[in-house]
Design a protein around this ligand. Sequence first.
Ligand code: FES
Ligand code: FES
Length: 206
Amino acid sequence: MADEKDHPNGGGFTRRGLIKGLATTAVASATAGAAALAEERAKTDTAGAGLPVSITLNGAVKKGVFAPRTTLAEALRDAWGMTGTKVGCERGACGACTVLLDDLAVNSCLTLVHDADGRKVTTIEGLGSPEAMSPIQKAFVDADALQCGFCTPGMVVSCAGLLAKDPHPTTHAVKEAVAGNLCRCGTYTGVFDACAAAAKAGVNHG
Ligand code: FES
Ligand code: FES
């Protein structure tokens, strides 16, 4: 019986020839794809060349060299050890990464470290320590305003930012200040109470 794979079938094509053609095309495509990937990587590497940054972090000057695409959250946590700044979504949706940039609460996952160059950054560590808590941190503890604690640094920093510019905020203002801070444990009532208590105590900074 004749092998149909080796003999043309009326249209001048064979299965073997077709398979060879497909394989050749696949190899050519893969080679082109690899070349495109290498070219893209080369571009990215060039774009990723480090540039210097200097910021005042929690009162101390910090310097580093970072690729242009490095976020402030990455620099804070990985380069400067400020792991109190949490990273949840990395897209501005949860507020866990909130820090103060020149006293304004920002999502550090959406802020490039180069945009913080020459500016003041305050993280949860800059507000106080477990041994010497700032008034707003103590108010959170007193109000039992946390459960798992993952959102808490961002919540505290948002409240600190609010109190720094508005020492006696309304409940509405507090809710607005932490509107970008999500708490999966549902501690919002405690957070509102803590911020109100800190305001009542006359705390207007940290
Ligand atoms: S990690 Fe930045 S907003 Fe969620
Ligand atoms: S305390 Fe758990 S996410 Fe807010």
